[in-house]
Design a protein around this ligand. Structure first.
Ligand code: NAP
Length: 273
């Protein structure tokens, strides 16, 4: 389990929802895939007002109907809404679409023009009114986190982290570990792109009777304090991803992956999608 600074715990493997609600598949199938994931233990669901302009939150609402208390719900406010008043209004719209009375973790999606202190104050007011339980950020580098009025109030940072984007290992992961701040790794399977076709992943996958995607997920989970949130609408992918939580990579596997995807030797700018 991964523990937030306030003591709440979540499983290290959750589910993403980017591109849900866009009509790629019937909405009922997308909700069913999320429900399958919940049943398989991936009870943290990550969404955002941005995804399908609220459509993904509506799919999540269908998936969690009747089982809200089993789920740890994460959503995000657009930077252009992240003012004192705009944050409050955006949160209320998200709660309505999610058909719930609270969001467990509410994130600033990325840094925009609004001062971080103003967004932090808006989040604090939402915590006080019980509409959100805790707040965090996304796509913020260490120097951004240091600018927060009180970084200890920030529950999590969600960043692009997979074998092809290892920059956070140099400074962000150690900073967050020292602050008891879990890091959420987004796009852990590289959005199903070139990462999954890499030879090194295939070799390691062969050793574990697993797929490259499962190895990519298991690799993100090897880091302490990291929550991985793959998105999958194909039920076979959902099942495979849930099983990836059980794969333990050995020293040979990690050495092979390090050779193919070298760890960062110096500070790098934070990549984002
Ligand atoms: P991802 O999870 O790395 O990849 C999703 C893609 O990979 C989908 O096309 C999915 O296909 C496929 N896939 C999933 N599991 C697979 C498996 N076992 N084998 C083969 N293919 C598999 O990318 P992502 O959606 O960009 O990232 C995950 C989540 O992180 C998002 O959904 C979102 O919640 C969050 N995110 C946050 C930010 C941010 O700025 N904070 C940015 C990007 C993403 P099917 O759907 O067909 O199963």
């Amino acid at each position: 389990m991964i523990r937030f600074a306030d003591g709440a715990t979540v499983p290290p493997l959750g589910q993403g929802t980017w591109h849900l609600g866009e009509g790629e598949r019937p909405r009922a199938d997308e909700a069913a895939a999320l429900r399958l994931g919940i049943d398989l233990g991936m009870t943290l669901i990550d969404t955002a007002e941005m995804y399908a302009e609220g459509g993904a939150e509506e799919v999540v609402a269908d998936a969690i109907a009747g089982q809200r208390d089993r789920v740890f719900l994460v959503s995000k406010v657009y930077p252009h809404n992240a003012t004192r008043r705009g944050t409050q209004a955006a949160c209320e719209r998200s709660l309505k679409r999610l058909r719930t009375d609270r969001i467990d973790l509410y994130l600033l999606h990325w840094r925009g023009a609004t001062p971080l202190a103003e967004t932090a104050a808006a989040f604090a007011a939402l915590v006080a009114s019980g509409k959100i339980i805790r707040w965090g950020v996304s796509n913020l580098a260490v120097d951004d986190l240091e600018e927060l009025p009180d970084p200890a109030d920030c529950a999590a940072d969600q960043v692009l982290y997979n074998l092809e984007h290892r920059g956070p290992e140099f400074d962000l992961l150690p900073f967050c570990a020292a602050a008891n701040m879990p890091v959420m790794a987004y796009s852990p399977v590289g959005q199903g792109g070139t990462l999954l076709r890499h030879k090194a992943l295939a070799t390691v996958a062969g050793r574990h009777d697993a797929t490259p995607a499962q190895i990519a997920i298991a690799w993100t989970l090897r880091a302490p304090g990291v929550i991985s949130i793959p998105k999958a609408s194909d039920p076979a992918h959902v099942r495979a991803n849930a099983a990836a939580a059980l794969i333990v990579l050995g020293p040979d596997d990690l050495a092979e992956l390090d050779a193919a995807f070298p760890p960062p030797r110096r500070q790098q700018g934070l990549d984002m999608l």
